[in-house]
Design a protein around this ligand. Structure first.
Ligand code: NAD
Length: 254
């Protein structure tokens, strides 16, 4: 397939999830060669569908909180494609708890999967990106890391860490020509906001409360985040680094 990412090797984590699957399909449409990873075995189905449609994709089942498993993503990318051009850290998980109910275990689990994992995956993959033109890292953060939202102490703090880490990486890696940006989505219609609502006392009311937060009057769609990822992965954003691109239907403008 030919497109604006033709022959770019892209590692995408969380590829079995809502935003991940939409992004994998969009990147494949643009001609990318994909290393799709997730801790869920369903990531193999996402890769198989892309291959069946004429694209190039391999799947690696790995838990991004475990360095030895992250190493397998790097090994697979090297073996299949000989290097990496773009890394998209999209994996994530959420716990909905008010501050006083947040346990040390919640805190550690969320920080491991949201923040430490971005460090682990980036540390393993970025060495494979050195010396390649157009190298780009895209970290999926959240509006929860930009503004304070109820019941999101651990998640919001970890996502704010992802925004800041992205900026620090951008200035450290600028010399090597590697751009690093974050994306901060509003509430996107995937399993994650439903999982968040399900951990709260009245899940239906919690889920219904999301829509009015967005001046555009609806939740975002996974393909709308995939578009932003595609932009930051491509040379269209060649002078964009250290930014946090907000894709939230106006939620943080209020
Ligand atoms: N959906 C939203 O409203 C929303 C809003 C803001 C930010 N985000 C962020 O967007 C990203 C994608 O979320 P989504 O909405 O598609 O959610 P999702 O739950 O559909 O997908 C997340 C994926 O990450 C994977 N994952 C979780 N823990 C993992 C681990 N330890 N190792 C490997 N894979 C793991 C899951 O298996 C899943 O496939 C996440 O970083 C999320 O925090 C989502």
């Amino acid at each position: 397939m030919a497109g604006e990412l033709t022959n770019r090797v892209i590692v995408l984590t969380g590829a079995a999830g809502g935003i991940g699957r939409a992004t994998a399909e969009r990147l494949a449409d643009e001609g990318a060669r994909l290393v799709l990873s997730d801790r869920e075995a369903a990531v193999a189905d996402v890769a198989a569908a892309i291959v069946a449609a004429g694209g190039e994709a391999i799947a690696v089942v790995a838990d991004v909180t475990v360095a030895a498993q992250v190493a397998r993503i790097a090994e697979a990318a090297t073996t299949a494609f000989g290097g990496v051009d773009v890394l998209v850290n999209n994996h994530g998980a959420i716990v909905g708890r008010s501050f006083l109910e947040t346990t040390e275990e919640d805190w550690d689990r969320v920080h491991d999967v949201v923040l430490k994992s971005v460090f682990l995956v980036s540390s393993a993959i970025i060495p494979l990106m050195l010396g390649r033109a157009g190298a780009s890292v895209v970290n999926i953060a959240s509006v929860g890391g930009v503004i304070a939202l109820r019941n999101m102490s651990a998640y919001g703090a970890a996502k704010a860490g992802v925004v800041h880490l992205s900026k620090c990486m951008a200035i450290d890696l600028a010399e090597q020509g590697i751009r690093v940006n974050a994306i901060c989505p509003g509430v996107i219609d995937t399993p994650q906001p439903r999982q968040f609502a399900a951990t709260l006392p009245d899940p239906e009311a919690a889920f219904a409360a999301f829509e009015p937060l967005h001046p555009l009057g609806r939740l975002g769609r996974p393909d709308e985040v995939a578009d932003a990822i595609c932009y930051l992965a491509s040379d269209r954003s060649s002078f964009v680094t250290g930014s946090a691109l907000i894709v939230d239907g106006g939620m943080t403008a209020v």
